[in-house]
Design a protein around this ligand. Structure first.
Ligand code: HEM
Length: 194
C-alpha cells in the first residue's frame, strides 16, 4: 500500500507517487519524513520492513495496490473536506450552505464514495495476491477451470448495463419532474398550484 521497497529506519509516509517495481522505488510521491514509521510503530526511527525483504514471487502488483490506496484515501479526504466546509458555513451563517461553489463541490464528491469503495476493494483483493489464503494457498492453485464462463459474464454484464440505463432514465425523469426551488417557496407561502 505504501510503496515501501527498502527496509528502512525512519521510513517516510508517501502521498501519491508511482511505484517502479523494476527499480524498486516509488517516484513522484510527496514524502512526509518518518511518517510511515510513526504510523506503523509510533516511533519516528522504527524500522519498516520493505518489499525487498520478500521474494519477488510473493509480492502483489505493487503499483496497482499503491495507486488504488491513494485513490481511496484521496476520496475520503475530499469528502471529509467538503463536509467540513459545509459544517463551517452552516455554523457561521446558521443556514444550510447553498453557494454555487459548495453545491458543485458536493455534486462532485457525492460520486466519490462509490469510487473509494471500488478502490478499497482493489487494495485488498490485489494486495493479497499472489495468495488466496495467505501462506496456505496461491490464487493460481485455487482457480477451477470452468468452460463457457464468458456466457455468464456477457449475460450479467448485459443485465447490469440494462438496469443501469433504466435507473438513469427513471432518475432523469424524476429530476426533470421535480419542482424548482422557487416553486417550493411559493407553495410553502400558500402560493397555490404551480
Ligand atoms: C480516508 C482515509 C482512508 C483510509 C486511511 C483507509 C484505509 C483502508 C485500509 C488500510 C484498507 C485495507 C484493509 C485491509 O488490509 O484489509 C482499506 C480497505 C477498504 N476501504 Fe478504505 N480507507 C479510507 C477511506 C475509505 C473510504 C472513504 C471508503 C469508501 C467510501 C473506503 C472503502 C474501503 C473498502 C470497501 C475497503 C475494502 C474492504 C475489504 O475488502 O475488506 N475507504 N481502507
Amino acid at each position: 500500500m505504501e510503496g515501501q521497497f527498502r527496509t528502512q529506519r525512519g521510513a517516510p509516509l508517501r502521498i501519491g507517487g508511482l511505484p517502479d517495481t523494476k527499480a524498486g522505488v516509488t517516484h513522484y510521491a510527496l514524502e512526509i519524513p518518518k511518517g510511515l514509521s510513526i504510523l506503523a510503530y509510533n516511533r519516528p526511527d522504527a524500522e519498516v520492513l520493505g518489499l525487498e525483504a520478500f521474494p519477488a514471487s510473493d509480492r502483489p502488483p505493487v503499483p496497482v495496490v499503491h495507486v488504488a490506496f491513494q485513490v481511496m484515501v484521496g476520496c475520503g479526504m475530499a469528502m471529509a473536506a467538503v463536509a467540513l466546509w459545509g459544517a463551517v458555513v452552516a455554523w457561521r451563517t446558521r443556514k444550510l450552505p447553498d453557494s454555487k461553489a459548495f453545491l458543485l463541490a458536493l455534486t462532485i464528491v457525492s460520486q466519490l464514495g462509490m469510487v473509494a469503495i471500488v478502490a478499497g476493494w482493489t487494495v485488498t483483493e490485489v494486495g493479497r495476491q499472489p495468495c488466496i489464503v495467505k501462506g496456505v494457498m496461491r490464487t493460481a492453485e485455487a482457480v477451477t477451470p470452468v468452460p463457457g464462463l464468458w456466457i455468464s459474464l456477457v449475460a450479467y454484464s448485459t443485465l447490469y448495463l440494462l438496469l443501469g440505463v433504466v435507473t438513469a432514465t427513471l432518475l432523469g425523469s424524476l429530476f426533470r419532474a421535480s419542482p424548482r426551488p422557487g416553486e417550493i417557496v411559493a407553495d410553502a407561502a400558500g402560493g397555490g398550484a404551480h
